[in-house]
Write a protein that binds this ligand. Structure first.
Ligand code: SF4
Ligand code: ZN
Length: 726
């Protein structure tokens, strides 16, 4: 960013922080630290602070760390100390301004002085849900935040009409003199309010925070991002919320600061004033921009062009909203009407290639009881059998198309899908049920989306959904050999025999920094994608989620580290992951999204590792069940000592080979051991480990480290003799 802009933003932010600090001191003096502070109608306390800092501020005292953080964050001068290293200097100041403004506005609510006639003030969660849904599913293509009055009444009218014409929601904010387009529009008898999409927000620049608070909650509510995960929250805004700011007149420092905050959220600012310096970064996106447009006729078209065209919404005929924006939506237990699979019931999905004359396109059959038969909060079995035919269809594509079920189903608001194959877990929310969502709509979604995305290959799609337990079991019995056959195809290939791996970034909607690196000897952690699938997926869609990654120069054979892979992972993890080892648990391990079939975790006392699968509900020797472990392993971060894996990786020659491989395995649930016994025995034999499988502890031996150690000593487990694991 240009120095002039950064300096102004820093000055503006400094003033916002000083103001917040003074106000806070005064409030604490008058009312004490325990006095309550809150915005009305939100479960997110002070949303910007909640999202970016992860703090749940409920008292005046709780604001103190916020001010301290602002002070820390505030750049003294234009420097390279950045809040967002990949966006550019000055945004630190912007984010600081947002936090400080929010503190000040929250303090106004303490004094009830924020409630003003004719302005909305803080925007509640209810409005967020109602309008936010339209915003993220594309019915409302975006919103505009307009600061200050237009140069003339005519320009004010022209601009709002241009925005209304495009169904863009417009927020009006006053400048520091308390003037906005509101009065200009009122003079021309323009009706204001939510219904007309023109909403006056507040009496000064500070009120901009109400609009940005509205946007940031999108990431928390619809994107499923966690508080404190500021990167994901900002990224959600940047990618999903098509918003921009318009300023009239010369830009004062405080506007520069707010503008820098908006830009950090991916909302460009368009200024009508000739004195405004332009900042248009080159790079992947152009949203982080300050753009000058002095022709009033061209202001709105410029906004739309700079912010990018609106997303295309495919028409999927179901009674709930459908959009990629809902992919990350979580459905909590209390909101669940019915669920399938997980540890609660049997559930499976299978996609198979059929002959063209075998199926009828669009045929969706539901057999057994529909979800009406369930009680609220109930559990059912479900089997989803998808058959696809097409002249260009190959059985090699089955696994790839099947894996899309995850993404497609999640795009329906109120439907959640995790897992894969015969280990899926789905929830339907009460709201979706009430809106009329039924099982057949799963078929509607899959039919529409498979045609949409793979029209060149897919001619016919038919879906059968069954809920009768016996029938679901039949489907599983039919599917398991098909899954095994897919897995077998890649058996025998080695990582050394190829110079290219495949990436998978399908799960970035949940874990934005997560990249699966799929090698012949290490499949994706969901267990549903192997190297051949990666190759086929790339053949189908060369610009999709699976890209070839040329290994390049080998940095470390033992750990499985290559220059080309490192570079790719770095570039595609939002620069979150610098180094990547394919075969190590301890050093730069692969990140995990949330789909892993199993978790490998270090058991330091035993000098080894344990593995636990999703289906195993009990305790483990490291004192945590799968569900607790999953919470700390997922999300796209590297967590040395913990690894999400596909279960087949366990019997790969490359299974944590950097740490010594299979002989490190000291504990696993009995069911998993039995299910994999044949493979494990083969693999142990190949590695010269006699009678190894029975030396691995399980829950019958114990779920405490003491019991496990006793067992390992008794059977003479090889891990005890190995080099220290770290
Ligand atoms: Fe792709 Fe990995 Fe997600 Fe599986 S877990 S879909 S391989 S990113
Ligand atoms: Zn995933």
């Amino acid at each position: 960013m240009s120095r002039v802009v950064i300096s102004a933003a820093i000055r503006g932010a400094t003033a916002f922080v000083a103001e917040a600090e003074t106000n806070l001191d005064a409030a604490i003096r008058d009312r004490g630290e325990d006095h309550k502070v809150e915005f009305p109608g939100t479960a997110f306390q002070l949303p910007m602070i909640h999202a970016l800092m992860g703090l749940e501020v409920t008292t005046l005292g709780g604001l103190k760390p916020v001010i301290a953080h602002c002070r820390e964050l505030l750049p003294a001068e234009p420097s390279e100390k950045l809040w967002l290293p990949y966006l550019g200097a000055g945004l630190d100041a912007g984010v600081t301004a947002l936090l400080a403004m929010e503190a000040t506005c929250a303090l106004r609510y303490v004094d009830a002085e924020a409630i003003e006639d004719g302005f909305t003030g803080f925007i509640s969660d209810t409005i967020l849900r109602e309008l936010g849904i339209q915003l993220v599913d594309g019915r409302m293509p975006g919103f505009a935040a307009v600061l200050g009055p237009a140069p003339t009444d005519e320009v004010a009218l022209h601009v709002v009409r241009e925005l209304q014409k495009r169904s863009i929601l417009t927020f009006l904010m006053c400048n520091s003199d308390g003037v906005s387009m509101r009065d200009q529009l009122a003079r021309q008898d323009v009706e204001l309010g939510w219904d007309t999409y023109i909403v006056p927000v507040g009496r000064d620049t500070h009120s901009a925070i109400y609009v940005l608070d509205w946007a940031i909650r999108g990431g928390l509510t619809f994107g499923g991002h966690k508080k404190g995960d500021w990167e994901s929250c900002l990224r959600y805004c940047r990618e999903r919320i098509f918003a921009f700011g318009i300023t009239f007149g010369p830009i004062p420092d405080d506007w520069y600061a707010v503008g820098a905050g908006a830009i950090a959220m991916g909302f460009p600012v368009i200024s009508d004033h000739e004195s405004t310096p332009e900042v248009r970064p080159t790079g992947v996106t152009t949203y982080e921009a300050l753009v000058r447009q002095t022709d009033p006729e061209q202001i709105v078209p410029t906004c739309i062009e700079v912010r990018g065209v609106k997303v295309k919404v495919e028409e999927v005929d179901i009674p709930v909203s459908f959009s990629p924006a809902f992919e990350g939506e979580r459905i909590r237990r209390e909101e669940t009407y019915v669920q399938f699979g997980g540890k609660y019931s049997k559930a499976a999905e299978l996609l198979e290639t059929a002959e063209l004359d075998e199926i009828t396109d669009g045929e969706i059959i539901v057999r057994g009881q529909d979800i009406d038969a369930a009680e609220a909060g109930g559990v059912m079995d479900v089997g989803i059998h998808i058959r696809v035919a097409g002249r260009k269809m190959k059985a090699d594509f089955d696994g790839i198309f099947e894996r899309q079920v995850h993404r497609y189903c999640n795009e329906a608001m109120g439907f959640m899908h995790t897992g894969q194959r015969d280990q899926i877990w789905c929830r339907v929310s009460k709201t979706a049920f009430e809106a009329g969502f039924r099982l057949k709509h799963i078929g509607t979604i899959l039919h529409a989306k498979l045609h949409d995305d793979y029209g060149a290959i897919v001619d016919k799609v038919a879906v059968t959904i069954c809920t009768d337990p016996a029938e679901v079991q039949d489907l599983i019995d039919h599917a398991v050999p098909a899954f095994a056959a897919r897995d077998e195809r890649v058996a025998g290939m080695t990582d050394e025999s190829v110079d290219t791996f495949y990436s998978c970034t399908l799960c970035q909607s949940f874990a934005p920094n997560h990249v699966c690196m799929i090698t012949p000897e290490r499949l994706g952690l969901c267990g549903a994608y192997n190297w051949l699938d990666g190759q086929a997926a790339y053949e189908i869609n060369p610009t999709g989620c699976n890209q070839p990654v040329v290994k390049g120069t080998c940095i470390d054979q033992q750990r499985g580290e290559w220059e080309g892979v490192n570079q790719f992972v770095y570039d595609h993890s939002n620069r979150g992951v610098e180094r990547f080892s394919a075969y190590s648990l301890m050093e730069n391990p692969m990140t995990s999204c949330g789909c892993f079939e199993c978790i490998v975790a270090i058991v330091p006392e035993a000098n080894g590792v344990m593995i636990v699968n999703r289906e195993y509900p009990g305790e483990t020797p490291i004192g945590m069940p799968f569900s607790t472990l999953a919470g700390s392993v997922g999300g796209g971060a590297q967590t040395p000592g913990f690894l999400g894996v596909g279960r087949l990786y366990l019997t790969s020659k490359k299974f944590i080979s950097a740490e010594g491989g299979l002989s490190r395995l000291v504990w696993m649930p009995k069911d998993l051991k039995e299910a994999m016994r044949e493979r494990l025995e083969q693999c142990a034999a190949d590695q010269g480990l006699d009678g190894f499988v029975d030396k691995i502890g399980d829950e019958t031996v114990g779920t405490t480290s003491e019991a496990l150690l006793e067992h390992l000593a008794k059977v003479g487990h090889p891990a005890l003799e190995m080099d220290p694991i770290f």
